[in-house]
Write a protein that binds this ligand. Structure first.
Ligand SMILES: Nc1ncnc2c1ncn2[C@@H]1O[C@H](COP(=O)(O)OP(=O)(O)OP(=O)(O)O)[C@@H](O)[C@H]1O
Ligand SMILES: [Mg+2]
Length: 369
């Protein structure tokens, strides 16, 4: 999925360059076209400054503003579609509030530099980082912070070249595509290879840092990865660490949450678990959580997909070829219990087929999601 463009939104008409309007100049950054690796495009209009300036004694109804911006809908959809993730949801609500206040302040003519919204998502495999990044892009678009609100997902290979002179154009090209939206750098710690001091990754990081500073009103960068590796990465790249305003931790899901996630995924696919299957599911999840390469919600999605395969075989190979709607939409206990997780020999490493190796566990593109 690397380099894919998801959730593209129609670009909205740019009104004015918000950076110029706010008169913001970042301290400590070089300025002038030579220092800027990208030409400046039209920025979004976070302050809604296209609207007439309010008189100093005006009173604004923030609840009405929230409603008009559609913030509540996005937050409610996030809450309804994603199980758990309370700290993540709380942080998103905070960011939404900040942008709403910022926008209202701008209407009074209170100009400030746009808030820094670069983020880092740390958490285990399958904890929802990519999913939330996509939602974040949509939310920031609704709030007028991002002009397009699309998400570009990349990994090291999309940014860093193999030969001298290849890295800068590659990184610039990705940045150009991401402008007006969110650049999501998955497994961001791979950008820096400590063991190789002539690694081209540092060249890419340099360019990213400049653009994150100079174009932060038109681009949000989200780095994602495992917590321990990201820690090491930030220690060797303090410049990057200091440009990330929001460090958001995605906790592993509890068994209860995984069960709810299974329900939601099954429901989205048009299936439901039979009462006995529900017990089997719980048992399956508890066993699977203890096995190697457990990838949270992704393992649940895989489990539902495999149960769906077994259900189909059961129906097609069964003695009675007649099926009704109920049979077609019901996952029975047998569809789960024939998983190798219940077998005497759960494979060499205990992982389920399709979940072997870090590539799968860390979603390098072989699995949906
Ligand atoms: N809280 C949740 N509720 C419902 N479904 C979820 C939740 N979190 C993740 N999922 C589903 O689990 C799958 C994996 O999620 P996602 O790809 O966002 O995880 P990730 O943290 O990016 O994983 P990785 O670290 O492996 O890249 C997706 O299909 C997503 O829809
Ligand atoms: Mg991911």
């Amino acid at each position: 999925m690397s380099g894919a463009e998801r959730g593209a939104q129609p670009a909205r008409e740019p009104t004015s360059g918000s950076a110029a309007r706010r008169g913001f100049a970042m301290p400590g950054t070089r300025s002038g076209p030579a220092a800027d690796p990208l030409p400046r495009g039209p920025a979004a209009d976070p302050g809604g400054a296209g609207a007439p300036r309010l008189p100093p004694d005006a009173v604004v109804d923030l609840a009405a503003e929230r409603g008009a911006a559609g913030v509540d809908e996005v937050l409610a959809a996030l809450d309804a579609e994603l199980v758990g993730l309370a700290p993540v949801k709380a942080r998103i609500a905070e960011i939404a509030a900040l942008l709403l206040v910022d926008r209202t302040r701008a209407r009074f003519g209170i100009t400030t530099a746009p808030p820094n919204l670069h983020m880092c998502f740390t958490g285990g495999p399958g904890t929802g980082k990519t999913t939330v990044a996509l939602r974040m892009a949509g939310l920031l678009h609704r709030l007028g912070y991002l002009r397009r609100g699309h998400l570009i997902t990349v990994t090291r290979d999309d940014l860093v070249g193999q030969y001298v002179g290849h890295t800068a154009p590659k990184t610039r090209e990705v940045l150009k595509r991401a402008m007006g939206g969110v650049l999501f750098i998955d497994e961001a710690y791979y950008l820096h290879k400590a063991e190789n001091e002539r690694d081209y990754g540092s060249e890419s990081i340099e360019i990213l840092l400049q653009v994150m500073e100079n174009h932060r009103d038109d681009l949000v960068v989200i780095l994602a990865g495992y917590a321990a590796e990201m820690d090491v990465f930030f220690r060797s790249n303090p410049g990057m660490s200091s440009r990330i305003a929001h460090h958001i931790t995605f906790p592993d899901y509890t068994a209860d949450e995984l069960e709810q996630i299974a329900d939601r995924i099954a429901d989205q696919l048009g299936y439901a678990f039979a009462p006995q299957a529900r017990l089997a599911l719980r048992d399956y999840l508890e066993r699977r959580m203890a096995r190697p390469r457990f990838a949270n919600a992704r393992s649940v999605r895989n489990a539902v997909e495999r149960a769906r395969l077994r259900q189909a075989r059961r129906l097609v190979d069964g003695a009675d070829p007649h099926v009704d709607r109920g049979a077609l939409t019901t996952i029975e206990a047998a569809d789960l219990l024939s998983s190798r997780v219940f077998g005497p020999d759960p494979g060499a490493d205990g992982a389920e087929p399709g979940e072997r190796g870090t590539a799968d566990a860390y979603g390098s593109g072989t699995m949906p999601g």
